[in-house]
Design a protein around this ligand. Structure first.
Ligand code: GLP
Length: 245
């Protein structure tokens, strides 16, 4: 990794190019979490740049959170990601997502009742004004860790008894013959309001990923409008991108 292999002939300031090279090695896994980087002097000599350049590149990587410098013992790749990495290409439930990672889910229920649809919900769920909907709101944990606050709205015609949903909403919908098979999803950045912050054990205003999902059953019928606030320090969404041919 740390050889003079031509990257120095590229464009841009040297320290940024060195920073980019090390960043890539960390992201590719060529440098593993907690692995020690060579001492500054050695790194400078092997790459063929000054120690000042190496220092600036390392400072940048420390600021990015990719490496850590421990006084007296050297420079190390940062510890492994403690965040959940959630793909964006498959329609899965929270229960499935967590089970796949070996975690059990539990809920703190805030609401499981039948109410009237709001005009905006009616539009998104294709309901008539004032129709009945099941509301299911809860804070969800992976093992003991609070992860997400979810507020789901399901046509009551499909889910007449929301109190019967105990764990997975999708399992309940499956039993009722309306398992979601397709969804539209929007993800945006938000700062947590007081209520959700308290539920997640975070300070008010903490960063969250807000996901709004409208899911459809096999018949194309909208079955769920759910707003989820995932804690920003515990969850990453990851997507694979390809070039269109
Ligand atoms: C995710 C989605 C929600 C969906 C939920 C279903 O968390 N963001 O929109 O309602 O999964 O999960 P489960 O079946 O575990 O209740």
């Amino acid at each position: 990794i740390f050889g003079p292999d031509g990257f120095l002939s590229d464009e841009g300031p040297l320290y940024l190019r060195l920073q980019a090279k090390i960043r890539q090695a960390v992201l590719d896994g060529a440098l593993k979490p907690l692995e020690a980087l060579p001492p500054e002097r050695e790194l400078a000599a092997s790459v063929g740049v000054s120690r000042v350049t190496v220092r600036k590149a390392l400072e940048g990587l420390v600021a990015e959170g990719l490496i850590e410098q421990r006084h007296g013992s050297g420079t190390f790749v940062a510890p492994p990601q403690r965040k959940f990495q959630q793909g964006l290409s498959h329609l899965t439930s929270f229960t499935e997502d967590m089970r796949a990672r070996g975690h059990a889910t539990t809920s703190q229920w805030l609401d499981r009742s039948i109410g009237r649809v709001t005009p905006e919900e009616a539009l998104r769920l294709g309901l008539s004004p004032g129709e009945a909907v099941a509301r299911l709101s809860r804070m969800r944990r992976a093992d003991a860790t609070p992860i997400v606050v979810e507020r789901a709205c399901v046509p009551a015609a499909l889910l007449p008894d929301p109190a019967a949903v105990d764990g997975s909403l999708y399992d309940a919908m499956d039993r009722l013959g309306h398992r979601p098979v397709r969804a539209l999803q929007r993800i945006s950045a938000e700062n947590l309001g007081a209520e959700d912050a308290a539920l997640l054990g975070l300070p008010e205003g903490a960063a969250a990923l807000c996901m709004v999902r409208v899911a459809f059953d096999a018949g194309g019928r909208p079955v769920e409008l759910t707003q989820s606030h995932y804690r920003g320090d515990a969850y990453d969404f990851v997507a694979e991108l390809t070039v269109s041919s």
